[in-house]
Write a protein that binds this ligand. Sequence first.
Ligand code: TRP
Length: 457
Amino acid sequence: MSNLDSSRGNWNSKIGFIVAAAGSAIGLGNIWRFPYVAGENGGAAFVFIYIIFVILIGLPVMIAELSIGRNTEKNPVGAFKKLFPRSLWKIIGGLGVFTGIGILSFYAVIAGYMVGYFVKIILGDLNNITSFEQADQIFKSFSANPYISIGLFFLFIFLTVIVVMGGVSTGIERWSKILMPILFFLLIALAIRSVTLKGAMEGLVFYLQPDFSKITLTTFARALGQALFSLSLGMGTMITYGSYISKKDNIVTSASSVCLFDTLIAILAGLVIFPALFAMGMDPAGGPGLVFVVLPSIFAKMSGGIIFGAGIFLLLSVAALTSTISLLEVPVAYFVDEHGWSRKKAVTLMGIITFFIGIPSALALGSNYFFTTFIKENFGFLDFMNALFGNYSLSIGAFFIAVFAGYKWGTHAVSKEVQAEGSLFYYRRMWAFLIRLICPIAIFIILAYIAWTGNYF
Ligand code: TRP
C-alpha cells in the first residue's frame, strides 16, 4: 500500500508526526503514573535509573519500532507478517494488539476521573480544601461511586472512539499542536508554586538527591516498565504511528525529540508533586490517587487556583485523549488492515469490548470491595491491569522488538530504512550495540529476576 494512500492516512507534515507521537507519549503516564511510581520506589534513585533507561532502551526501541512501521506501512501484526510471512513473529504484533486494549481499559478510567475533576473544580467542589486529609477524602468518596466511575469511564471511551473514527491525521494532529505547549507552561507555573511552598525542600531532596541504597532489581523493573509505558513502546503503537510517516522524515531526530519532551514533562510533573507532597506531610507512596489529592491541595494554596485547576484538569484530559487515541489505533489498524473491516466497525467493536474489560478497573478504586482489593490491600484490579499490561507485557514486547530489529530483520535493514531518501543515522553503531546487546540483555535480566522472585506487584 502506498504511503500516500488516503485510506490509511498520513501525517500532514514532519512536525505533525512529532506532535502526534509526542501526543501519544505524553499523557497520564507522565503526570499520573510517573510521580506515584517514583514515590513508591525511592524517589531520586528511581528517577536516575528511569532517565538511563529512556536513553539506553527507550530511544533505540523507538527507532526500531518507527523503522519497522514506516518500512512496512502496517499495523504490528501486518508488519511482522510482511517482513517474514511464515514466521511466528506476528505473535508479538498480536500481543501488542491485545495489550493496547488492556492498557486502554484502565487508562480510560483514570482519564475519566480527570474529566470528573475538571467538572468538580468548576462546580466549586474543590474550593475549600484546607488539609491533605480532606483532599484525600474527597477523592476517595468520588472514586468510590460506581455510577460516576463507570459513567466517566464510558464518556472517555466514547470520546476516544469519536476521534479515532475520524482517522489519524485530522483528529490527532490538530488538537495536540495547540494544547500540549499550554500544558507545558501550566506545569511550569505549578512547579514554581509547589517548590515555593513552606517545607518543600524535603520533597526536592527526596526527588532529586538519589539514595542508591534504596535501589533493588525491583526498582529497575518498575523503571523499565515506566519508561516503556511513558514512551508508548513495546506494543507497536510506534510501529502503527511509524506506518503513517513519510520517507522524508528523519526517524532519529523525531524519536529523540519525542523522548526528550516526554521525559521533560515527566520530570516537571515530579517537581509539581513532590515538593507539595512533603510540604503537606504526606506519604510519597500514595498510589494511583496521588495526583488527585496533591493537585487540588496545591490549587487551594494559589491565588486563581480554580482557574489553574480547571486548566490543568482540562489539559490532562486532552493529553490523556491523545494517548488513548494511539492505544485504540493499534487494534483498529489491525482489524482494518488484516481483516478488511471498515474503520467504523473496528472502532465501534473495539470500543465496546474495551468498555466491558474496563468495568472491573472502574470499580477498583473503592466502589467494589472485591475489585478494590483484588490482589491485596491497596492493590486492586486497576493496579493489576496496570502491572500486567502496562509493565510486563510492554517489557516482553520491547524485548522481542529489540531482538527482531537487532538479529532477525537486522541492524542493516533498520539503518537502510532510517536513511531512506538521505536522512542521516547519526549514531548508527551505537544504536546497533544498544539494540543487539544492552536492550535484550537488560530486559531479560529484569524479567528473569521478577519471575524468579515472584515479586510481580
Ligand atoms: N504513553 C502514554 C502515557 O504516558 C500512554 C500510552 C499511549 C501507551 N500509547 C501507549 C503506553 C502504548 C504504552 C504503549 O500516558
